[in-house]
Ligand binder design. Structure first.
Ligand code: HEM
Length: 496
């Protein structure tokens, strides 16, 4: 290693230690200055007693660690590590404030500082809270139901064209196929036809370089002059140029009156206006579309793969989902053309996707930074004060398998969401958090279900499918925990 690099790393470590110490000081001050009640704090594991949870965390994962601490300490407990306190919240009963607290009480942005160079200043996590709230409205408007109806045709076309390349029979890695399909759908429905038709490869290479900004070193040191950060910044600048030209060209066309209005999310963001009437700038449109792409791609392709793996390893549900397709195709008259209304009727398939998400959530643990202390009451009726300055963690992958919420939680059983049982509703408001909840819940939920249903309904109508590799383990080394290795599926085309 050359000396310049050593110098950079020493400087980074010093900055990191200084940041942690400053945060510790702030945490103590906030805790001292703003006691909110005389309730006790949650049980704390610290010092020597941290060794066991850390060992379990590192060897068996966060689910096993949460399980042990939950059994020993109850549904709220704090791990204290060199002055950094992480309070775990287990079960839907203690999640109200976590998901619904205002940004001035519970910060989402503090945790996502590393996203600022990716999205750009003035967008999302890098914007002030009023601007950010308005930008969330733009996302919401672009992805709400009536708008999604407009994207279905393009989704279907991408799926048909892609799967037309499959032969009469063969074997594929369904994980790879889902990544490709979702990439194509996103390019078309989110980024727009200019990128999809003319700049697909270049855009994908740039997005890959940009996502280097989510590597561990970049998350810890987002502004350090590392090669990954430099590549990230160069990709960001090129994408900004690309989108600026597209936005300008669309705006020029529309003011000249000879522009055919595009039906994609990009156009919705271009047309969005702040409450004071100001239109979005090109830089903002770029940041907002990048934010959507980051939220959309990995999450959707991984969920689509889990859905397939679950369906193809549970004959009963595969048969039920396939029968639903036959029945809907009979009613709609053509088994190859399915529209938005038909997709809404696919209840069995919808529940199969939802159950895959419950068992394999894409965000295993939600994090927030608590700025102001609050009190909560556990399921057992104990009240705790959680001091300001703590980090909060909601272990979604543990919460989604609580046996008092979900019967036989380790069994793949989509019927638990059916009208007879509705276990997610009976369990309380934050029982199902695969798409988050409250203030920062996923803006793309409806779009994601539609996209996955377009893919799987097409596959079920047109192919006989079989999982020929073992049911995949989870690869926890990925930012979005994914099926590990290849997921091999054999297919045989059903005669038209
Ligand atoms: C199966 C697919 C998906 C899953 C499981 C998923 C899950 C989630 C979750 C859990 C959150 C909340 C994160 C938190 O509270 O910290 C979230 C936020 C978000 N998602 Fe999704 N998502 C999916 C698809 C999509 C799609 C298709 C889009 C866009 C088209 C999207 C855009 C976003 C955005 C922009 C946010 C941030 C919202 C905010 O900060 O207010 N997601 N997603």
């Amino acid at each position: 290693m050359d000396l310049t690099n050593i110098g950079i790393w020493v400087a980074l470590v010093v900055i990191w230690i200084a940041t942690v110490l400053a945060k510790m000081a702030m945490t103590r001050r906030m805790t001292r200055d703003h006691p909110v009640s005389n309730r006790p704090h949650p049980p704390v594991v610290s010092g020597f007693f941290l060794l066991n949870p850390l060992r379990v965390l590192l060897t068996k994962g966060v689910k096993a660690m949460t399980h042990e601490q939950h059994r020993a300490l109850g549904s709220v407990f704090t791990l204290s590590f060199f002055g950094v306190n992480i309070t775990f919240l287990v079960g839907p009963e203690v999640l109200d404030h976590f998901f619904q607290g205002s940004e001035s009480e519970i910060s989402h942005c503090n945790v996502f500082e590393f996203m600022v160079p990716i999205l750009g200043k003035g967008v999302g996590f890098g914007a002030d809270i009023t601007t950010r709230t308005e930008q969330m409205r733009f996302h919401n408007d672009a992805l709400k139901r009536p708008k999604i109806r407009n994207y279905i045709g393009a989704m279907l076309q991408e799926v048909e064209e892609y799967l037309a390349k499959w032969g009469q029979h063969g074997t594929v890695d369904i994980k790879h196929e889902m990544e490709q399909l979702v990439l194509l759908i996103s390019s078309r429905c989110l980024l727009g036809k200019e990128i999809r038709e003319k700049m697909l490869d270049e855009a994908h290479t740039l997005f890959r370089d940009l996502s280097g900004g989510m590597s561990l070193t970049s998350v810890l040191f987002p502004y350090a002059p590392t090669p990954t950060n430099r590549r990230r910044d160069a990709a960001r600048a090129k994408l900004a140029k690309m989108f600026t030209e597209i936005v300008k060209s669309r705006r020029r066309g529309s003011s000249a009156g000879h522009h055919v209005q595009e039906d994609d999310v990009l156009q919705n963001l271009i047309d969005s206006k702040y409450k004071d009437g100001r239109p979005t700038t090109e830089a903002e449109v770029t940041g907002l579309i990048i934010m959507l792409l980051f939220g959309a791609n990995n999450t959707s392709s991984v969920t689509s793969t889990w859905t397939g793996a679950c369906l193809l390893s549970h004959g009963r549900w595969l048969a039920a989902a396939a029968e639903e397709q036959r029945e809907i195709a009979r009613r709609y008259g053509d088994r190859r053309r399915i529209d938005h209304d038909a997709l809404l009727e696919m209840d069995t398939l919808h529940r199969c996707v939802k159950e895959a998400l419950r068992m394999h959530p894409v965000i295993p643990v939600f994090f927030r930074k608590l700025l102001r202390g609050f009190t909560l009451r556990t399921k057992e009726g104990i009240e705790y004060e959680i001091p300001g300055g703590h980090h909060l963690a909601s272990p979604a992958l543990f919460n989604s398998r609580l046996p008092y919420v979900y019967r036989d939680p380790n069994v793949y059983d989509p019927d638990r969401f059916g009208p007879q049982r509705q276990e997610d509703k009976a369990g309380g408001r934050f029982s199902f958090t695969a798409f988050g909840g409250g203030r920062h819940s996923c803006v793309g939920e409806a779009y994601a279900y539609m996209q996955i249903k377009v893919i799987w309904s097409y596959l079920l109508r047109n192919f006989e499918l079989k999982l020929v590799s073992p049911f995949p383990d989870t690869d926890w080394s990925k930012l979005v925990p994914s099926p590990k290795g290849n997921v091999m599926v054999s297919y045989k085309r059903v005669p038209a």
